[in-house]
Design a protein. Structure first.
Length: 186
């Protein structure tokens, strides 16, 4: 399925969600994430700091940050830098996303688990992002487990037209699906 068509369809569906739907979905998805071996075993986790139309990560990060080392991406030109999460060091950055401040960037190879947002996923682990390629550039250099999270309607049954540079997820989690695509690294 064409990525632009998917983006339009998912955007329209997101407008139908109310706050209760958003909260219930986030709680369900992150409860499933907490039960994965990848999450239980990981100490250094790259998360995303959610936008209003994404599954909210804020409560999840606050709850687990005393026990796990969380990192957030920060836009740097056409790439993403990775910095430690510190709620007191967030400021509005590119695309109106709260991003970490400071100079203490972390190498992608030091991250054990990456929780990835998307516009949509398919059952083969392909994802549709917002169209700028930030995550694909970041993920292409990582051996970390990549778990895509989203709402049920973001899981597309038709295949997504993947490009050669697109990076597939190892696992997809939605409110009612936990799909393992790859258990072992290539």
């Amino acid at each position: 399925m064409n990525k632009d068509d998917i983006r339009r369809r998912v955007k329209a569906r997101k407008t139908m969600l109310d706050d209760s739907d958003r909260m219930t979905a986030a709680q369900s998805v992150f409860a499933m994430l907490e039960q994965t071996a990848a999450f239980m075993l990981a100490d250094r986790i790259l998360m995303y700091h959610s936008l209003p139309d994404e599954l909210s990560t804020h409560e999840f990060i606050r709850r687990w940050s005393p026990r796990k080392h969380f990192y957030l991406p920060r836009v740097n030109g056409v790439n993403l830098d990775i910095l430690p999460y510190d709620e007191s060091r967030l400021s509005l950055g590119s695309f109106h996303i709260e991003e970490p401040t400071g100079d203490d960037t972390t190498d992608i190879n030091d991250i054990e688990l990456i929780v990835v947002p998307a516009v949509a996923f398919d059952r083969k682990g392909n994802r549709v992002g917002r169209g700028k390629g930030y995550y694909d550039r970041l993920l292409s250099g990582s051996k970390a487990t990549k778990i895509g999270v989203g709402y049920d309607f973001q899981l597309i049954d038709e295949g997504i037209d993947a490009d050669p540079h697109d990076v597939r997820m190892d696992v997809i989690i939605t409110e009612s699906h936990h799909i393992v695509i790859r258990k072992y690294k290539d």
